[in-house]
Write a protein that binds this ligand. Structure first.
Ligand code: GLC
Length: 449
């Protein structure tokens, strides 16, 4: 295709419009926060609503929990095993850790696909546990399971439905720790006792609260997105952490690309916030927008039928981070990525700047949307009753350029003036430390502190 000034003007115009379409203004963020708060109230009152508001049967730790625990982190991409020693006095030590993928690199084996069952999946996990442990001692295991599960106590969690496009059969509706226990038994592992199961947001909150008593919100901005918080008095029983499953919130300003992505997903209409914030989806939104631009002749390239850019979910969160971090005047890193990964030999400036502009707009929107929901939660808890620490874990928060700053910015812009202190922090060692803290709490008679 020939480049001409008309097309380039059109591109600049389109990029401007696109940035505007992805922008979350302060009034929009306020409305989102307030609708989110109302939805939380409905969920807590038991009305049908988008937020599941799942009790975790855990309160807050006091930082004096002690003991050595095995932690299993099941997030959907990798499995992580950790041996964690809680030393009391808000101190801890990660003794040992090991990760392994749920999908083999060439996808010869994929435990997250519909070909796998709960039994094969948990046998695979049990096999790794066997290699990790010392067979002479007894372990209490805390299981961070990052999917919506209905709990009736600390050690029983039925998976309501998979999210993040996982499809493993015969797990939905099942008690996940029972599946784990049966697999341990089948694999001859008798010295590991699963004692608690918790969502990754809850692990994040507990890990941060073990060190910082002000922490009352835990959130994940990684492959998926979700938040939990400490409800100060749940049903008259005392403090209880509630897993909001906020990824399912849907009173949001969708673009055409969000609707296309949603329509082609495993569960259209569900997890709409997560589909705008989760790292699993951000690259795909950018890809859809860029391909649309190309098809509207705004880029001087011919896109082959088998071009990687035509492959759904080809662009990953880490690719966006690489493009966004490229400060070179010629965007040389982004250009190298286009050559090596997209097989576009001579990537034009227009393509590069478009990728960067769209990636920045999509990432900023994600951070602002997450931040707006945190405001909704703080509105619900009550601003003035205490300072708040919001602990966040996940690859976007940690690694995507500008993401954590954008969260801090929207919070600063939205909170009422006054003496309130809100800190947004990275939760260190969240899944392992949180699972260990939960295991220690579950061992004591009352976890409602
Ligand atoms: C998905 C899951 C949720 C989890 C989040 C982050 O939204 O439904 O339970 O907390 O991903 O991993």
């Amino acid at each position: 295709m020939n480049r001409n000034a008309g097309n380039i003007d059109l591109l600049h115009e389109a990029l401007k419009m696109l940035a505007a379409r992805f922008s979350v203004t302060l009034p929009m963020a306020r409305t989102i926060a307030s609708n989110f708060r109302n939805e939380m109230k409905s969920g807590l009152a038991g009305y049908p609503c988008r937020l599941k508001m799942l009790p975790a049967f855990l309160g807050k730790p006091d930082g004096n929990e002690t003991g050595t625990f095995l932690a299993l982190d099941f997030g959907g991409t990798n499995i992580r095993l950790m041996l964690v020693e809680l030393l009391g006095g808000r101190r801890y030590r990660i003794v040992r850790t090991r990760s392994f993928p749920l999908k083999e690199p060439l996808e010869s084996c994929d435990y997250t696909s519909a070909k796998a069952t709960g039994e094969t999946l948990f046998d695979y996990i049990a096999g790794h546990i066997k290699d990790f442990i010392d067979h002479e001692r007894i372990y209490d295991l805390g299981h961070t399971f990052s999917f919506p599960s209905r709990q009736v106590g600390t050690n029983e969690a039925c998976l309501i439905c998979w999210t993040k496009e996982i499809r493993t059969r015969q797990v939905e509706g099942e008690d996940v720790n029972r599946l784990l226990m049966e697999a341990l038994r089948r694999n001859g592992i008798e010295n590991v006792r699963p004692v608690v199961i918790l969502n990754d947001t809850v692990s994040t909150l507990l890990a941060a609260a073990y060190k910082d008593a002000d922490c009352d919100i835990g959130s994940i901005c990684g492959t998926g997105h979700n938040t939990c918080y400490l409800e100060r008095c749940f049903k008259g029983q005392g403090p209880m952490i509630i897993n909001i499953e906020s990824g399912n919130f849907d009173q949001l300003p969708f673009t055409i690309y969000d609707d296309i992505l949603d329509g082609r997903s495993d569960r259209p209409g569900e997890q709409r916030l997560e589909k705008m914030v989760g790292g699993h989806y951000l690259g795909e939104i950018v890809r859809l927008a860029v391909v649309d631009f190309i098809e509207k002749n705004m880029f001087p390239i011919n896109l082959e039928e088998d071009s990687p850019l035509r492959m759904p979910y080809f662009i990953k969160g880490e690719h966006l981070s690489l493009i966004m971090a490229d400060e070179n005047p010629g965007l040389s890193k982004a250009a190298a990525w286009c050559r090596d990964c997209l097989r576009i030999n001579d990537p034009h400036w227009e393509l590069l700047i478009s990728l960067k502009t769209v990636a920045e707009a999509v990432s900023k929107r994600a951070a602002f949307l997450a931040g707006a929901t945190y405001i909704g939660i703080m509105d619900h808890i009550g601003y003035r009753c205490s300072n708040h620490t919001i602990a966040v874990d996940g690859s976007l928060f940690e690694k995507m350029p500008g993401f954590s700053d954008n969260i801090a910015k929207i919070i600063k812009d939205l909170i009422p003036e006054g003496d309130l202190i809100v800190k947004v922090v990275k939760a260190k060692d969240a899944s392992g430390l949180g699972a260990a803290v939960a295991a220690a709490m579950a061992r004591t008679s009352s976890s409602f502190q």
